[in-house]
Write a protein that binds this ligand. Sequence first.
Ligand code: ZN
Length: 287
Amino acid sequence: MELVTMKEMLHKALKEGYAVGHFDIHNLEWTQAALSAAKDENSPIILGVTEEAVRYFGGFSVAVAMVRALLYEMNITIPVALHLDHGSSFENCKAAIDAGFTSVMIDASHHPFEENVKMTQMVVEYAHEREVTVEAELGSIGGCEAGVSVVSKNSIYANLNECVELVKLTGIDALAPALGSAHGPYKGDPKLGIQEMIAISEATHIPLVLHGGSGLPVEQIKQSIASGTAKINVNADNHLAFTNTIRDIFNQDADIYYSDNYIALGREKVKETIKKKIHLFGSAGKA
Ligand SMILES: [Zn+2]
């Protein structure tokens, strides 16, 4: 099956009260793990690629070719969207769309509001002409973006009026309002702004996106879904599952040298992690 956009899968999720998982892919193995987990669970799935991962892969077209080849070889028939995660400029969103991504996020949230609107409008215009979906962000999601940053960003809540304006002025397909979640493992107990989420959802009527879905208490995930969240981004939990598995293997066997053997075990743990998220988000059987 060909890649699809987020449009239908997110509207169905919003209507039926579940969320579609967005899982960042960083290599061949995680892509196999994500597709295999979603196939087993008959769930729609969003594969996210950050700009760092694009550089790691060696280009947008490498990610597209890899995902398309796996869809074919693995007989994937569930809906799969390929989404640029935290696109930082119009140029990068355009490059992703031109290469075959079916969805992009333009993250201009650190710019003044007017500039965020302007950049998002440009991306939406280019994307919608090509039937590609667009996610935008408001406020500031806490933590570090790439797992390597030493500086933690503070979380700044999205402003309700700006959310309404941004949606009205740009025609985006999904909105990520920062409401206390963070990228990377949480330090201390996170507290999401659920009341604010409900208000934004009721005022904008579009699917909301929750970034920093790793390590959030189950209750807050469920409350978010009940409050208009239709897409949840997960990344850190897969890094933890993969890295901890391989670290344990190295600790237990100092002589292991054949890399396929331990990478495959790491891949299996990522798959298990994604399956658990799919159940938690309620998207199993919704393909
Ligand atoms: Zn994010």
